[in-house]
Design a protein around this ligand. Structure first.
Ligand code: ASP
Ligand code: MG
Length: 287
């Protein structure tokens, strides 16, 4: 099985979402794919704003409306490209998620507190929506896709917003998927749950980490992180125009770079893939 992880920029709008799904479908012709997606671009930051607005006891109606409208617009645009898309099903799913968002924000506003258990559920909404959109896009493309709930697989300890995954749990929980038939196994990034059953997150930008955990669990032959740069550079290419692309590096070098602030990978991503020596590629969806 090969893991492909797509972040927000690969899912920025309808066109990119369909392109991403087509890339995955093409890969699925030659091997099974473990697919991990994050929220659509900007959505998690937006959910943070929603929570903070509710905490400040300000009106959140307009923001909730923007969350809904943004997703409705992209769903409509996808449906224009893919007439087989279950647009009504996706709209119903979105309404249900929006009702949850409204209810939780209302609670936060009234209570003027937002415990981590509630923050985790609020911030996970972006992935909860994007994963269902991706599932339906793949189905509309005629793909054999199984969507799994990452919180049945990624069990964490400690903070609910930046949990520490229990690696031994990954082994047992992912075991069945190593054999299971679906060509594409789709999982939301970022989300897990703790041993008491509360939803937990892997920290901001945690879906790279989710991909690495899935790669570890299914003992993947390859892990690809699809993003908006061609790989790891000698410096941040957005700030240093003549930064050099580094063709290849050891797990140890990659780990050090990300711990010292290279943004290309979530710092904890390397450890699980290094344990099984899984080759990992950074690839550019725009290129
Ligand atoms: N959507 C989450 C975040 O923005 C996780 C991720 O994008 O990797 O932090
Ligand atoms: Mg990221």
């Amino acid at each position: 099985m090969q893991i492909m992880k797509f972040g927000g920029t690969s899912l920025a709008d309808a066109e990119r979402i369909v392109q991403t799904a087509e890339l995955v479908a093409e890969r699925a012709r030659t091997c099974r794919v473990g697919l991990v997606v994050s929220a659509l671009a900007g959505v998690t930051n937006f959910l943070v704003e929603c929570r903070d607005t509710a905490l400040a006891n300000e009106d959140v109606t307009a923001r909730v409306g923007r969350f809904r409208d943004h997703h409705v617009r992209e769903i409509e645009r996808i449906a224009q490209r893919l007439p087989g898309l279950d647009e009504h099903g996706l709209r119903r799913m979105l309404s249900a998620q929006v009702s949850l968002l409204e209810g939780w924000l209302d609670g936060v506003q009234k209570l003027a507190v937002c415990p981590d258990s509630v923050s985790a559920r609020l911030l996970a909404l972006g992935e909860q929506v994007s994963v269902r959109i991706m599932e339906q896009v793949l189905l509309a493309l005629g793909q054999d896709v199984l969507q799994i709930d990452s919180s049945d697989y990624v069990i964490t300890r400690g903070s609910l917003l930046e949990g520490t995954p229990i690696l031994s749990e990954l082994d047992t929980r992912f075991a069945a998927l190593r054999q299971s038939g679906a060509r594409i196994v789709l999982m939301p990034g970022f989300i897990g749950r703790d041993e008491q059953g509360a939803m937990s997150l892997l920290g901001r930008n945690g879906s790279d980490y989710s991909a690495a955990l899935m790669a570890y669990g299914v003992k993947a032959e390859l892990c690809e992180i699809w993003t908006d740069v061609d790989g790891v550079y000698s410096a941040d290419p957005r700030r240093v125009p003549d930064a050099q692309l580094i063709p290849e590096m050891s797990y140890e070098e990659a780990m050090e770079l990300s711990f010292f602030g290279a943004k290309v990978l979530h710092p904890k991503t390397i450890a699980p893939i290094a344990m099984h020596r899984i080759p990992t590629l950074i690839r550019n969806t725009l290129n």
